[in-house]
Write a protein that binds this ligand. Structure first.
Ligand code: MN
Length: 514
């Protein structure tokens, strides 16, 4: 594993000042100063001064082009947990917004450090969940993702957390081996999927490739070997294809950037699993990526390529017309080129490229790049209502922002503000609509628990059954087998699940008596 460079504040400044105005940079600098002072006597497990950690986290976020508040909060993200400083102090000194970002990251860390929290969420059987299209793991990851977003309110908190995890993965060597595997596993199961859902391809790929050797050392070595051989084997073909494409596009007056991209290791591994480990069936181990200036040019280039080389019919994918759910857009085609071997070519605009690499972060880049914003506006208006997921909603909000202050207000999104996340005493998360009561909670766990509900304790205290729950409440349900549902529960329950079970039980009872 290559060791990371030792950073100074000037390294972050060099990146930050390429897009942040000096007047706004002062905020970042004073956050750095506070962090340097607060962590000055601390060292990391690796033996380096602690401040190296926030410096690296801030650099990752600066490379994503994020705003000064996010960078300031990145510097301060471990200050509350590890030093005598409080969120109130940070609020007083840096303002409400940065205090809230720091508070959010700290709260996530508390969840993270609850012993076995993630493990339980990922592995314990959750038979109480309503069946739907997702499989169990996906459902749990979905719940976690919502939990993250609900807990943080401002998605920038999640971005800081992802950067934090990325640097922790990069320095995982200095942790004891057993913890290494646990942390790497959690990275694959929680953080990489979150990065994926947020559309941050660069962070997702890096997290997975860093975790891969710890979780599956044998498979990792096999894939490294395979990819090396394939890359060497393909080098000549890719070079030739690239040269031909450059000439072809130039003669048609299309300005483009063309590069070869090698597939990330873990994502290749996942694909190999689906193709019986036959690498000859995987056409995008090495692919050519063409970046052009407009959507029209994307289709024009696709046409030109198909005139030159025969495409594999079933391998032409139009993710421009039908974007992936995380917002990814590109045209993909696989053609028989040069050595008569299939090669994948991906075509996209600069804005689509940024979306693919930076995802949500692309919408939050501090200097609004003209192309990006216009393109996103178009995409949002084109998207069907089903595709208007929260990422698009975010962009819509951003579009309405008239000034920097407005924009900042809008970032404090609350897409899951209509959900409540309560816990079982064992730490399982129960995801409920807002206003849900202990009765809804009981029925969500299991219909029989609801049907025999005798009482509920919230955070250790007996509570009325119609008391609405709050996110973070720990709810313990008491049952008595002789009891059955009361008709008046129907007046306050929120979930349809609870309503239908109560009605059925009342009906059965009447039928039984008659
Ligand atoms: Mn940290």
């Amino acid at each position: 594993m290559t060791s990371l460079p030792t950073l100074t504040f000037d390294d972050i400044k060099a990146v930050g000042l390429t897009y942040i105005k000096p007047v706004d940079w002062r905020l970042v600098e004073s956050a750095y100063k506070l962090a340097a002072e607060a962590h000055k006597d601390q060292v990391r497990k690796s033996g380096e001064p602690y401040i190296q950690h926030p410096l690296h986290v801030a650099l990752i976020l600066a490379q994503l082009g994020l705003d000064p508040a996010t960078l300031a909060a990145a510097f301060l993200h471990d200050v509350v947990e590890d030093t005598p400083n409080t969120v109130a102090m940070i609020r007083r000194r840096f303002g409400w917004r940065i205090g809230t970002l720091v508070d959010g990251v700290t709260k996530l860390e508390v969840i993270e450090h609850r012993p076995g929290f993630f493990e339980q969420l990922l592995r314990s059987p959750q038979s109480h969940q309503q069946p739907h299209a997702l499989n169990k793991t996906e459902r749990r990851i979905e719940t976690l993702r919502k939990l993250f977003l609900a807990t943080s309110k401002d998605v920038r908190v999640v971005l800081i957390k992802l950067a934090d995890r990325l640097h922790n993965m990069e320095t995982l060597v200095s942790i004891e081996p057993k913890r290494q595997v646990e942390i790497a596993q959690e990275t694959l199961e929680i953080y990489a999927p979150i990065a994926y859902r947020l559309g941050i391809g660069t962070i997702k790929g890096r997290l997975e490739d860093l975790a891969f050797p710890y979780v599956m050392p044998k498979e990792y070595r096999t894939v490294v070997r395979l990819i090396k051989r394939e890359a060497i084997d393909r080098e000549a073909q890719v070079k030739k294809v690239r040269r031909i494409l450059m000439k072809l596009l130039a003669t048609h007056g299309i300005k483009s950037e063309i590069h070869a991209r090698v597939k990330h290791l873990y994502s290749l591994y996942r694909k190999l699993e689906r193709y019986n480990h036959d690498i000859s069936k995987i056409y995008d181990v090495v692919a050519c990526r063409i970046i052009v200036n407009s959507v029209e040019e994307c289709y024009q280039v696709l046409g030109l390529i198909h005139q030159r080389w025969k495409p594999y019919d079933d391998r032409v994918k139009d993710y421009i017309a039908t974007p992936k759910s995380n917002g990814y857009q590109s045209l993909h085609t696989t053609v028989r080129a040069v050595s008569d071997r299939p090669i994948e070519i991906q075509i996209r605009t600069q804005a689509m490229h940024e979306q693919a690499e930076f995802g949500v972060a692309a919408h939050w880049r501090y200097s609004e790049q003209k192309g990006t914003l216009n393109y996103l506006r178009k995409r949002v208006t084109q998207a069907s209502s089903r595709e208007l997921n929260w990422v698009s909603a975010l962009v819509r909000w951003q579009r309405q922002a008239r000034s920097y202050q407005d924009f900042d207000q809008l970032m404090k999104i609350d897409f899951f503000g209509d959900r409540v996340f309560a816990y079982t005493p064992r730490g399982e998360v129960i995801d409920l609509p807002i206003g849900s009561t202990p009765v809804d909670f009981a029925y969500t766990i299991h219909s029989e628990i609801g049907n025999h509900l005798a009482g509920a304790k919230v955070n250790g205290k007996m509570t009325k059954l119609d008391q609405p729950l709050k996110t973070g409440d720990v709810v313990e349900i008491l049952v008595q087998t002789k009891l059955s549902p009361k008709a008046d529960w129907l007046t306050f329950v929120k979930t349809s699940q609870a309503k239908s079970h109560i009605r059925r039980s009342l009906r059965d009872k009447t039928a039984g008596i008659n």
